[in-house]
Design a protein around this ligand. Structure first.
Ligand SMILES: [Zn+2]
Ligand SMILES: [Zn+2]
Length: 149
């Protein structure tokens, strides 16, 4: 499915209420998220930070920058102040609660569970797919077994 890139609608000033609080960054690999209803989810650090692999590059979907496939560069990017500020501009959408969907633009969304970018119109379908449900289940299981200390 593709949508012409030209004439994207002007960004509306939509207030995005954060649905999750980051409780702690336990290590380089995982991030624990606490939902508003106190449920916990553990997702990979790369997914949380929106780092996806594009061909032979890593790409940060929030900062829209690409970097070489180098672990050190990737970890350094996650620690950048500019990246952290960028992340804050894309909170997980309350409407999708535990499905951990962040809005990238008026027509694209990012799923922190599956580490994928999708069209906004595909979101409802996406969260009902088996792959997504599996990821959510994994995140819940990890949260019950994960010991950060
Ligand atoms: Zn970034
Ligand atoms: Zn997903």
């Amino acid at each position: 499915m593709s949508v012409p890139a030209l004439r994207q609608p002007k960004m509306l000033n939509i207030v995005q209420k954060p649905t999750v609080n980051v409780q702690c960054f336990s290590d380089d690999q995982s991030v624990i998220l606490t939902l508003k209803d106190c449920r916990k989810l553990v997702i990979s650090s790369d997914s949380y930070h929106g780092i996806v692999m594009v061909g032979i590059m890593y790409k940060c979907v929030f900062c829209a920058v690409e970097m070489e496939l180098d672990n050190k560069l990737k970890e350094a990017h996650k620690n950048l102040m500019t990246h952290k500020k960028c992340l804050e501009r894309y909170p997980h959408l309350e409407d999708f609660s535990e499905n951990l969907i962040r809005k990238l633009s008026n027509n694209s969304l990012y799923c922190s569970l599956c580490n994928v970018v999708m069209m906004s119109t595909a979101a409802t379908r996406h969260v009902s797919t088996e792959t997504h449900k599996e990821q959510l289940e994994k995140a819940e299981i990890k949260a019950t077994t994960y010991k950060p200390f």
